[in-house]
Ligand binder design. Sequence first.
Ligand SMILES: Nc1nc2c(ncn2[C@@H]2O[C@H](COP(=O)(O)OP(=O)(O)O)[C@@H](O)[C@H]2O)c(=O)[nH]1
Ligand SMILES: [Mg+2]
Length: 582
Amino acid sequence: MRVLATAGHVDHGKSTLVLALTGTDPDRLAEEKARGLTIDLGFAACTLPSGADVAFVDVPGHVRFIKNMLAGVGAVDACLFVVAATEGWKPQSEEHLRILTLLGIGHGMIALTKVGLVDDEWRELAELDVRDHVAGTFLAGSEIVAVDALDGRGIEQVRAALDRLVATVPPAADRGRPRLWVDRSFAVRGAGTVVTGTLTGGALAVDDEVTVEPGGQTARIRRLHSHHVGLERAEPGRRLAVNLAGIPHDRVGRGQAVVRPGQWHRARTVDASLAVLASLGHPVERRGAYAAYIGSGEFPVRVRVLGGHAIGAGEEGLVRLWLAPGTTLPLLPGDRYVLREAGRSETVGGGEILDVAPVRTATRAAPSRSVERVVAERGWVDVDELERLTGTAALPTLGRWVVDPAQLEGARAELLAAVRGAGPDGVDLAVLDDRRRAVLAAGLDGVAVRAGRAVDASEAEGGGLPEAAATILARLEATPWSPPDMVAADRGALRDLERRGLAVEAGPVWFATSAVTAAGLAVAGLLAQHPDGVTVSEVREAMGTTRKHVVPLLGHLDATGVTRRRGDVRVGGPRLPAPKPA
Ligand SMILES: Nc1nc2c(ncn2[C@@H]2O[C@H](COP(=O)(O)OP(=O)(O)O)[C@@H](O)[C@H]2O)c(=O)[nH]1
Ligand SMILES: [Mg+2]
């Protein structure tokens, strides 16, 4: 299913052509029928000779109803551009073409209508005139088909040309992010609220929970219809009627969007490009109030030209748009908008949304669609948030964040400094925020994590000891198996050495850990010669130390499984090291 919008000057035969193609009169309002004039959007569909289904959004051509035209063309794939051979190119031919261009619609065909009312020569002149006007636009290479919707000539050729057209239009993308800009809302007896629109960006299914933005009201999809056919699930790129449970019909209307909860950033201020129409008689001044047409809605906006200068007619620049307080829209970079002068009812220009949540002030903003810019301006961005801001799924750099490389370096350096500055106890992980913990979890050179604390890795390995502890350690190591009495020593320094694994307290005696390790090796050597066990005296003699030292030392070796006591002798324990080769 493809969705096409009609376009062209009032009375050039748009609605009549849609009726001839589809059998449905798109002018559904009584007033439209009475006046023979399209006021609001009309909808109809047909199947082309190839079997492809197309839906038409028939728009009003009258200048007074441009707003309604804009509500209908935002989400369409292509256009059926209508010019009456009798009148040729007219002001709303021009304006519609510009609006379609500003909205980024890149495909279309041209129907030269009412050819039954003109002779061949006139028809050829009209066709040349149309070719001239579309030269240099997206319609430049489009087919022009002569048709008369009343006498039927050319209708089959229009159908065939539509078939060729839809074959060239890329299918609507499914990004898993459905959005349906509402163009109509009404109540159906027995069913409740029904909204219609052109679905883009993703699929919707019955029972889906949705929200209506602006407003954030939640509802459930009770039924889906596309051209009177009930669906369980609707793919993007089709006209859709959505029956919503849980929301009164007067609480939802044109200009609102039906989306999935939590998938969208609710934009209040956006940065955008602005191409000013060459036909505009004046520049867009630095600041001003306008009407922006976004999705199916018309929204008052304040505009500020970024970079300080006005944007001249025919030029392109950057702007910041502020929506009215309280209005937030589910937008993404790449969305298009049209800017009109509310008072003068004149199209000013339009462009592309570049940033849905600018963080820089207007004087410093440099909007673009770059995801890196979005990350760089924030430093750290939650991956889900980044997807809401850009529409692009990214892999997290750390934890759940995408981190700007410079910011990550800064965070690493800062954390390393904090750990080093914290002394031997390091930093309790519990006091770190999630980001810093993520930096540690990813591994930070120079920092080790011990028992829930981030400590200086070099200290954890013994270097960088405070002076008092270093002095004590040196004394313990000087006479390893006969260490000096520590009764008068600094308890804090001793505990520090113990925490670092550099000293052990064995009963009344402190040993350097290296001395204990060496003792284990020495005992292992003795046991290799005396497999039946060694006495305290044998050990004392072998080590050249005193009973006062060797008893607590052996006690410690017993306790740590290096040796085991059996009667009067020590034998090897489960942790007895292999004796050093002689
Ligand atoms: N003879 C002739 N009249 C047409 C043709 N198309 C439209 N008309 C008439 O032109 C008038 C305006 O047509 P309409 O479809 O409402 O124009 P719209 O404003 O572009 O939708 C109506 O009276 C139509 O009957 C055509 O191809 N041939
Ligand atoms: Mg019409």
